[in-house]
Design a protein around this ligand. Structure first.
Ligand SMILES: Cc1cc2nc3c(=O)[nH]c(=O)nc-3n(C[C@H](O)[C@H](O)[C@H](O)COP(=O)(O)O)c2cc1C
Length: 356
């Protein structure tokens, strides 16, 4: 992928994040690399000295933009071929963003920014000749009451989570409701969330930190069998703090759920880059369901995208190409003192020590 950034024209392998400045000579060499060739053949084709051509090829090879081999080799098919470059560039180059460990400093910086660049209005009003005030119910339905109670929590009681709660959270957010066949006779699963093309790319992994009757560890949730498969023992708080950046309070959470996407499920059905959006949208559906289930049980859910994708994928043994983490949620029990009364839903930048 070639683009301008900070005044420099760059060419980048977005899979590896490696980049070289794009000069006219490098561009000519890159254009010639549509087949296996000797450095001398490339030099002849682009009319550059062999030494200079070799240097460019070495630089491209070091940046994983070209392969240097003594003889041609067949490249394995690229599973992202149909989604590249648009979806691949976005997926791979937006992983691994580092977050400022000093959250209060981030808040102060935003407060300074707001003085010169006011934040956009959080809601919109459109000018219209007809405006119709809508009715509100006399008494809120149980679902409305549940929705009104949903909040993000960052403090948790020391009490462990019940295994039944964990089981229901997983079963009803990512578990299989039933099997079916689509018009192409493909076996599909139905779940509580909708899924574009019935692909259901989202998988769930669990860090059990304090769950009654469940050894501390990292587990995969088998959505069809409703079974936890242990991938490794232990982990707990250090693992959570490694996976969720700069937010040590989540290390106290009894349960963290890592939502990954198996991209090929969606790619198979939709070989078009736009379908990458489906995957992210569907993670949002699943996470909202997780929140509501937790809220209904009087638990304290949270979600975060401040995650170290590389660390999580490495721990799960997945490669970000066929499967990669996309979202993280979790929950515990509310602290005895309840939410911070002064800042009911903006307590996330306070220390967030778990209480009780
Ligand atoms: C995509 C996404 C990423 C989020 N990342 C974080 C996060 O890194 N840390 C955090 O404490 N909350 C995170 N949140 C939660 C929001 O901060 C929270 O929804 C917001 O403060 C509004 O509060 P409420 O959920 O109680 O309505 C995230 C929410 C979403 C949807």
């Amino acid at each position: 992928m070639g683009y301008w950034k900070d005044g420099a024209c760059l060419i980048s392998n977005y899979r590896t994040g490696k980049t070289v400045p794009l000069t006219p000579d490098i561009l000519r060499v890159v254009q010639s690399l549509d087949r296996w060739a000797l450095a001398s053949e490339v030099a002849r084709e682009v009319a550059l000295p062999v030494g200079a051509t070799r240097a460019i090829l070495r630089a491209l090879s070091a940046a994983t933009l070209a392969s240097a081999r003594s003889r041609p080799a067949a490249e394995p098919p690229d599973p992202w071929g149909e989604w590249d470059p648009a979806a691949g560039f976005f997926h791979f180059s937006t992983r691994g963003t580092r977050f400022n460990a000093d959250v209060s400093e981030g808040e102060r910086r935003l407060a300074r920014k707001a003085q010169t660049t006011p934040p956009p209005a959080p809601t919109a009003v459109r000018t219209a000749s007809v405006r119709i005030p809508l009715p509100r119910p006399q008494s809120p339905s149980p679902l409305e009451q549940l929705l009104q109670r949903r909040r993000t929590w960052r403090q948790f009681s020391r009490a462990p989570l019940a295994l039944d709660d964990l089981a229901d959270l997983l079963r009803l957010s990512v578990g299989v409701q039933r099997w079916a066949r689509d018009p192409a006779n493909r076996r599909v699963v139905l779940k509580t969330s909708p899924s574009g093309g019935i692909c259901h790319p989202i998988e769930a992994y669990v860090i059990a930190n304090r769950v009654q009757g469940l050894a501390r560890g990292l587990y995969h949730y088998d959505a069809a069998g409703h079974v936890l498969a242990r991938l490794r023992r232990g982990g707990g708080r250090p693992l959570i703090n490694q996976f969720i950046q700069a937010q040590p309070w989540y290390g106290h959470a009894p349960l963290v759920v890592l939502f990954t996407a198996v991209f090929e499920r969606t790619m198979w059905r939709y070989p078009v880059a736009k379908a990458y959006r489906n995957v992210l949208i569907e993670a949002g559906h699943v996470c909202q369901t997780f929140y509501l289930l937790a809220t209904e049980r009087g638990l304290a859910p949270f979600c975060t995208h401040a995650i170290d994708e590389d660390a999580i994928d490495a721990a799960l043994g997945i490669d970000a190409v066929s499967e990669g983490v996309v979202y993280v949620a979790g929950c515990g029990r509310p602290p005895a003192a309840g939410r911070d009364q002064g800042l009911p839903h903006l307590d996330w930048w306070t220390d967030g020590q778990h209480s009780d």
